[in-house]
Write a protein that binds this ligand. Sequence first.
Ligand code: 3NM
Ligand code: MG
Length: 514
Amino acid sequence: MGTVDYSLYLVTDSTPTILGERDLVEVVEAALAGGVTVVQYRDKVSDTAVLVSTARKLHTVTQKHNVPLLINDRIDVALAVGCEGVHIGQDDLDLLTARRLLGNKAVIGVTVSTIEEALKACKDGANYLGIGTVFGTATKTNTKHIIGTAGTKEILKAIATEGRDVRTVCIGGINSSTVQRVLYQASDRKKKLDGVAIVSAIIAANDPKKAAEELLHLVKTPPSFAAEALASTQKPQDVAGLIRGVPAIITAVGEKTPLSHNMTNLVVQNFAANVALSVGGSPIMANYGEEAADLSKLGGALVINMGSVTPDGVRNHLQALQAYNLAGGPVVFDPVGGGATSIRRSAIRTLMAAGYFDVIKGNEGEIKTVYGMVVQQRGVDSGASTSTDFDKATLVRDLAARERNIVVMTGATDFVSDGDRTYAVSNGHELLGRITGSGCVLGTTISLMLAVSRGDKLLAAIAGLLHYEIAAEIAAAREDVKGPGTFVPALIDELYNIQKAASSGNVGWLERAK
Ligand code: 3NM
Ligand code: MG
């Protein structure tokens, strides 16, 4: 059979809730016509005679497409049929025994959900690993660990050496809206996923052929949020280089007037819209998820701000996130008050599992919560901190590396990282802490920079930070500013003034950057 292509690995399921009344062999044949590259026959309930006869029929169709057929768990069925191999779980016959029974030519894959299991399977000679469960899925409810893209990446990283020749797929909740960013986020620099394993998104699809075609296309195409990324050698690595790139981004916002689609909380709607306008963008405050499919095609960016969390809100956020991921529009996540209540912690997990965020922006309590640390925020304030600047920079870097995105942590000093390059920005003013929504509208500002600079998202985040924090500094120093009340309009003015200055080639304000 030569080398196996693991790009689109179909796992079958014969239960009525997934297969319905259809004939499994016909569904698999359609999926093969759509481009499935490996088939695993998985049937946990049928009698042995049924397993063997179905497997024989499946083998006839997989052979026609020159695709390997593997049997879940049942070595005896694989031997009876003479197909290409088996897939074994942690509770099945052990790998060494399976290998002894099937021989060296057989393809044997193993389900792993921990680093230990993965290392052992590599050492014992697995041909590939099925890593999961990535996301909770109705298809398999007895999963032991939901590991997300972060857990998948940890396993890949751990086997980069021992598992050099072992192929990998991930499984659990992979479908057309998750597949691209799972491949993007889960792959480690030294060890990539070779493909994805899928049950319901193909078997339960109305048109399994079309579903397989679409999934294979998504697997083979780099996602839009990665496609435009500059090669890292082209990215400025030093502070001076980054700062030089800032005025062009601010100017581009003024020229292109991109849309900043805000799904934000009740408190900051008006303030965020004014900030978007003064920074040069075009705000739309649209909290209804249904609208996102259209809005995501207008070349702007989305801000998902969790400040007024409701069940309805989370549903709308999910819908919009998936629409922007699909259309390739950048998304900023603002997990407001994330560490304040268990409802917010759970909303964060739901949103993080459902899609890709280009930028996550929050205060220390929020960023820690997104990372998975348990903190107790007092409302939306960050809460007391015992972290050093080094701790903060490390956390921001680790989260960005894990999510393969940009993380901005606000505070007296702001930290920003793409997982590789990490910077601190010390501009700003104490008055920002005395007005409502100052963090939220920074998210709006960054979204506009992102909309015009997808090639270097870190640079976009830094442009947003500097524009905003320097405007605050200038505003606070004005003679007409007497306190928080007069600071708000002055901040809006100075955001506007910096936009104008940058657009006319004046970069004097940028000398304040520190
Ligand atoms: N094994 P769907 S998850 C068969 O984690 C199976 O080992 C899993 O189904 C594991 O693609 C799973 O419909 C079901 O989410 C995946
Ligand atoms: Mg099993």
